[in-house]
Design a protein around this ligand. Structure first.
Ligand code: ATP
Ligand code: MG
Length: 560
């Protein structure tokens, strides 16, 4: 548990809940997380999950239901149900005894609709979809009554039952609430409660050909489950009068209180499932779990931990103010977590050959080095050392700037976990002038120590050429070039063409060959990496860079 998780979260919703428990309005709190199974969950959903399940966990006997809001059979898939369940479980929340479907209540919801008809509060409307839209009016103009608004109760009941019986094709009739076509709130202008859709449903099969609308279904489902606080995002604020209206007309077990909070939006990415689906379908990404996606499954495959996402949700808090959160906030939660849990290893992304001339060609050593300097319980690993090693091209400069702490011609540097080397010669490609090799010497007395008097400015990572294994490394950058890609209709125009860089065969220390999918590492000085769960094969891991370490040198260099 991280420090801030120990500190109990506080926000205006938790304050309302605490108050309701204290005054005895409710004996215990019951919340729900209500995803529609029409896509994979994203980090925005994690905010809602952490809020709803979090409040339940924090209060005695509190519970949180996972409820699939499955009123839209044409857009929903069992695949999405499975992924959503897997994501909620992975985040660390338990719903096994409390998993529901809105479709569990279809019969009850239907009965309530007949109740509304009998009370003169609902009618069957036979306008076309276009006509209904035209009659609805606008924000500035009131709507007009449907010519079918004054059908008799008997006619309405008869038509509604025949809708259910499958007598009418899609789009011919709808059931509407009879509220007020002149209401300033468009949601109250006789909203549709049921429509005809002749399609089978993943839970109810062919039992139904009429399906209730989300707004009508949601409040009833909440009431049937005994939800005390129905927490949703701000776009539902204008729907709250309808939520309350429906429950006020019906004799339901309770009347939950709807409370809205602001959605999470993150810089350089998009959240809407519709847009994410568009990225998947248009193959801009490899799937919902592409490591560049802001989906929970993408973040997981990228190497995010549940703890880091929960901590992020804790740090952003819950308010009513819409804002766009910086990506660095999410990344820092991850760094804080992986810093402690990720064992260290070494690989080289852009290899430059170093020949250590005074190290005998036939000699080699297996160095025993800690997996994590601060965590001896993580054990040690064997690191091969020999006459030739790879270092990063970027860790060498012929003429080094003043603050350069790596290897320079005539200078010294420590090879991490091994010896100090000195460079005395640079070999170049005669045609291009590119540096192809460094000739160095090593000091055999410097293994893992810094003898008195010796001033070595820097430490760099390396891989023994003889001992290296070669594996694919994937480096990710932001998916979008713009901080607010979602504000354009054509959000795909700002996709970052360089969001994925694949290095097919990077040399790395041999211990990495045994890494398992999902394992985390810090590749020294390069960042945190995670073994890809889809494309790795036994003995052939693919490494995803989860996040970089902070690179102070890049900043210094940028300033100069
Ligand atoms: P999207 O617009 O991304 O498709 P949605 O609201 O349609 O999301 P649902 O499956 O209906 O997706 O959402 C389930 C719950 O998650 C809802 O209570 C919704 O308010 C909440 N939620 C969705 N997106 C966010 C977000 N970005 N931040 C916080 N909560 C969110
Ligand atoms: Mg939705």
């Amino acid at each position: 548990m991280t420090k801030s998780e120990e500190a109990k979260p506080t926000d205006f919703i938790r304050a309302i809940v605490a108050d309701d428990l204290q005054t005895g309005k409710h004996a215990r709190v019951v919340t729900r997380f209500p995803p529609e199974p029409n896509g994979y969950l994203h980090i925005g959903h994690a905010k809602s999950i952490c809020l709803n399940f979090g409040i339940a966990e924090e209060n005695p006997e509190g519970t949180c239901n996972l409820r699939f809001d499955d009123t839209n059979p044409t857009k929903e898939e069992p695949e999405y149900i499975q992924s959503i369940e897997g994501d909620v479980r992975w985040l660390g929340f338990d719903f096994e005894q409390r998993r529901y479907f809105a479709s569990d209540y279809f019969e009850q919801i239907y009965t309530y609709a007949e109740t509304l008809i009998l009370a003169g509060k609902a009618y069957v409307c036979s306008l076309s979809a276009d006509e209904i839209r035209a009659y609805r009016g606008t924000l500035t103009e009131p709507g007009r009554d449907s010519p079918y608004r004054n059908r008799s109760v008997e006619e309405n009941l008869d038509l509604f039952r025949r809708m259910r019986a499958g007598e009418f094709p899609d789009g011919t009739h709808v059931l509407r609430a009879r509220i007020d076509m002149t209401s300033p709130n468009i949601n109250m202008r006789d909203p549709i409660l049921y429509r005809i859709i002749h399609t089978s449903h993943h839970q109810t099969g062919n039992r139904w050909c009429i399906y209730p609308m989300y707004d009508y279904t949601h409040c009833i489902s909440d009431a049937l489950e005994g939800i005390t606080h129905s927490l949703c995002t701000l776009e539902f604020e204008d729907h709250r009068p309808l939520y309350d209206w429906v429950l006020d007309q019906l004799d339901t077990p309770c009347h939950p209180r709807q409370i809205e909070f602001s959605r999470l939006s993150l810089e350089y990415t998009i959240m809407s499932k519709r847009w994410l689906n568009d990225l998947v379908v248009s193959r801009a990404v490899s799937g919902w779990d592409d490591p560049r996606m802001p989906t929970i499954s993408g973040l997981r495959r990228r190497g995010y931990t549940p703890e880091s996402i929960r901590e992020f949700c804790h740090r952003i808090g819950i308010t009513k103010a819409p804002n766009r959160v910086e990506m660095s906030l999410l990344e820092n939660c991850l760094r804080d977590d992986l810093e402690e849990r990720a064992p260290r290893a070494m690989a080289v992304l852009d290899p430059l050959r170093v020949v250590i001339e005074n190290y005998p060609a036939e000699q080699e050593e297996m160095l025993t080095v800690p997996c994590h300097a601060n965590h001896p319980e993580m054990g040690t690993r064997a690191l091969g050392f020999s006459r030739e090693v790879w270092i990063e091209h970027d860790d060498f400069r012929e003429a080094a700037p003043a603050k350069f702490k790596r290897l320079a011609l005539g200078g010294e540097v420590r090879l991490r976990n091994a010896y100090v080397i000195r460079c005395h010669q640079v070999i170049k490609d005669p045609a291009t002038g590119a540096i192809t090799e460094l000739r160095c010497t090593y000091d055999p007395n410097t293994l893992n120590a810094n003898p008195e008097g010796r001033k070595v400015k820097g430490v760099i990572h390396w891989v023994s050429i003889r001992h290296a294994v070669h594996n694919e490394v994937r480096l990710y950058d932001r998916l979008f070039l713009k901080a607010n890609p979602g504000e354009d209709d054509d959000f795909k125009a700002s996709l970052n063409p360089d969001s994925l860089r694949t290095l097919p065969a990077c040399p790395m220390e041999a211990s990495l060959a045994n890494a398992e999918p999902g394992d985390h590492f810090q590749l020294e000085r390069l960042g945190y990496f995670c073994i890809d769960s889809k494309d790795s094969a036994p003995g052939k891991p693919v490494l995803n860079r989860t996040v970089t370490l902070r690179d102070s040198w890049a900043k210094i260099e940028a300033k100069q």
